[in-house]
Ligand binder design. Structure first.
Ligand SMILES: Cc1cc2nc3c(=O)[nH]c(=O)nc-3n(C[C@H](O)[C@H](O)[C@H](O)COP(=O)(O)O)c2cc1C
Length: 134
């Protein structure tokens, strides 16, 4: 079984989680390939049995760059691919991934798990954060 982890990360939080998930799969003897959508790679050349998608929450939304990547680059799969979606955000709150799920269903990717990881806020440098650095 081989997995593909695709992520977008503005400031590194999502990349960190993507790599952690990858490490867990490897520990469990699953082959995994990890790519940022900003890398120069051809998704068509990668064969995989399951897919994991990750991105940061931007004002509770999925970043447009990620939606466009999936729409344009992920092609219809002849066999149904089990898919997990995760977001990272400053809040614990779960995000709704309906719009992304709709695109995935049309391409024969079945979402079986969605989750959000609470991470440091990349939107602002808080006073508290700055105080620890001064
Ligand atoms: C423009 C912007 C908007 C954000 N909006 C939210 C939000 O609505 N909810 C939330 O929990 N976090 C929000 N955040 C925080 C990021 O989602 C969070 O820090 C994320 O882990 C950053 O991931 P990255 O380092 O992979 O880019 C926002 C960050 C930015 C820069």
């Amino acid at each position: 079984m081989k997995g593909l982890i695709l992520y977008f990360s503005g400031t590194g939080n999502t990349k960190f989680i993507a790599n952690k998930i990858g490490e867990e799969f490897i520990k469990n003897e699953c082959e995994v390939e990890i790519h940022s959508i900003e890398e120069d790679f051809d998704i068509e050349k990668i064969s995989f049995d399951y897919l994991i998608l990750g991105f940061p929450k931007y004002f509770e939304y999925i970043p447009q760059i990620f939606m466009e990547f999936i729409e344009d680059n992920l092609h219809y799969s002849e066999s149904e691919i089990k898919t997990m979606i995760f977001s990272t955000g400053k809040d614990k709150l779960q995000t709704y991934f309906d719009e992304l799920e709709k695109i995935l269903i049309e391409k024969n990717f079945k979402v079986i798990l969605t989750t959000n990881f609470k991470m440091p806020n990349s939107n602002i440098l808080s006073r508290e954060y700055l105080d620890t650095k001064i």
